[in-house]
Design a protein around this ligand. Sequence first.
Ligand SMILES: Cc1cc2nc3c(=O)[nH]c(=O)nc-3n(C[C@H](O)[C@H](O)[C@H](O)COP(=O)(O)OP(=O)(O)OC[C@H]3O[C@@H](n4cnc5c(N)ncnc54)[C@H](O)[C@@H]3O)c2cc1C
Length: 575
Amino acid sequence: MGRFKVPELNRRRVLTAAGAAIAGVSTASHAKANAGPVGRADTETDVIVVGSGAAGSVAALFARQAGARVMLVEKSSHYGGTSSKSGGGYWIPNHFLLRAKGIADPKPDFLKYLVRVAYPASYDPEDATLGAPEARYRLYETFYDRSGEMVEELHRTSALKSKEYVPLPDYYSHLPENKVPQGRLLCSITHSADGSSGGDEMMWQLRRAVLAAGVDVRMETAAKELVQDDSGRVIGLELSMPGGETTTVAAEGGVVFASGGFAHNAELLDRFHGKPVFGACALPASTGDFIPIATKVGARLGNTASAWRGQVVLDEGLLYPAVPSDVWFVPFDSMFFVNRYGHRCVNEHRSYHERSLAQYRWNPNRAEYPDLLNFMIYDQRTAELQAGTMPIPPTPTGAEYVISGQTLDELAGNVGKHLDALKTRISGLACAPEFASNLKRSFDRFNAFARTGKDEDFQRGETDLERFVNSSPPPAGKWDNQKKNSALYPLQETGPYYCIILAPGLLDTNGGPEIDTEARILGWNGQPIPGLYGAGNCVASPAHDCYWAGGSTLALAMTFGMIAGRNAASGRGAK
Ligand SMILES: Cc1cc2nc3c(=O)[nH]c(=O)nc-3n(C[C@H](O)[C@H](O)[C@H](O)COP(=O)(O)OP(=O)(O)OC[C@H]3O[C@@H](n4cnc5c(N)ncnc54)[C@H](O)[C@@H]3O)c2cc1C
């Protein structure tokens, strides 16, 4: 923890206009050589926001809208964080477009859905907090109460214009608690000719708004340490500049952290997550910087074993854990997954989060995770029809991670050789000796289900979600199973066959310092640390290791980003 009026202050660099230019400052700086009322620092502002992703950009915008001078610091040279790489969908209950269509999304039902999925073991519709811990329940209420306001205000001010996204059902659309199983998902209205509405478009718009609002953006500038006054109130931040120099910035309103998760910090993953993770599609900057910074000032951590999850291609994760992409929905029909014993192990058409979570099934007799690796088996038909759909390459063997064989026996043998070649990096994850024989049995059993259209083991294709993700029919004439069950199709009786090995991975983690409904960071005593706020993947998410629907992560990040920005601007948490 730093304090102002420290002796080494003179050695620190004052953020002059020249320094700002080096730092990539894109708008007017409010820098002053010495801070005023809050003490002596190299420069001052009202609110500092850490991180330029969705949470940080929204926090900066709302703090600025509330009249504060805002400095946004971003440690990388890229504006937008993982948010800019995302699909750009945000899941908002009771939003203005739903209301315009006359679709009711009442709060009591929405809260039931949240708690039912996040706390299945304690969910109780008769309980005052539905069985969720009180603090989490209040965050759910806040999410419902404030997320609509956030998108409407961004829409009204043209900072981020929203429209309905693809009609993707919620990930548990089939649960009776979900009264609006589809329609909450929004995305930005594109400004670009290619019609793209992904995270790049969303962050392009937010960045444009941030710059237009006069936020003082400093790239390649990393938050290092909080500065507190004698009462413990956060009054500024120590920053590392592009050249490596350190500077201190005073911020009377406080500091908002929005610095992403710790998916790319192996030590924190080991300490907090525990279970093996083979890669994440978060940008490499997700190194959990906020955790040591916040714990140093007494923050209470929560949700540290949780994450937004996805499967990754094993070979890619071993090569470089910041994988280009997770394996999202696999809308392939003549395809199934088996485990290291050759047994089918999951409903392949559930969401990426659920499939990844399912890989941690524990076998107490064998003391192992038998499903840790999923072997995705498919035929030539799927290889051709789904060419280019992640993880299937544009040509059947057009990626080194694709294993092939003319027969199932040959495929099984080649899977063994493939794993053997990776042995030095994944010791202990070989296939069991019975893999080949069980694979044939799984093949026959899956094909029998596909012919009847009924998956008696995993009920694949029986929910709206699974039907939706499989709703893009291949070319006419090749989709004759559509009427029975579009999610199932028998694999061809003759090869070639293919296999891609999928391992549990992440989008990013979502644990860290806990927040209250005002996005204030809580200390060990449960009381807010004055002047310190957080939003997005750097704080403990109320999601509690569940993924209600596509867009849950950005929606929470942006909602609590708005709250954090406004409160920091009003100095509310500092009182
Ligand atoms: C391919 C992909 C698709 C996805 N699609 C969706 C989707 O459609 N909908 C959805 O809801 N979610 C989606 N996600 C997840 C979503 O992108 C993230 O959960 C979300 O972007 C997190 O936002 P954030 O603002 O918390 O963090 P980020 O966007 O990661 O921003 C954090 C920023 O903080 C910076 N930073 C870190 N440490 C410091 C420091 N010490 N000082 C200064 N800056 C720092 C980082 O460089 C980064 O720019 C997707 C993820 C991926 C990878």
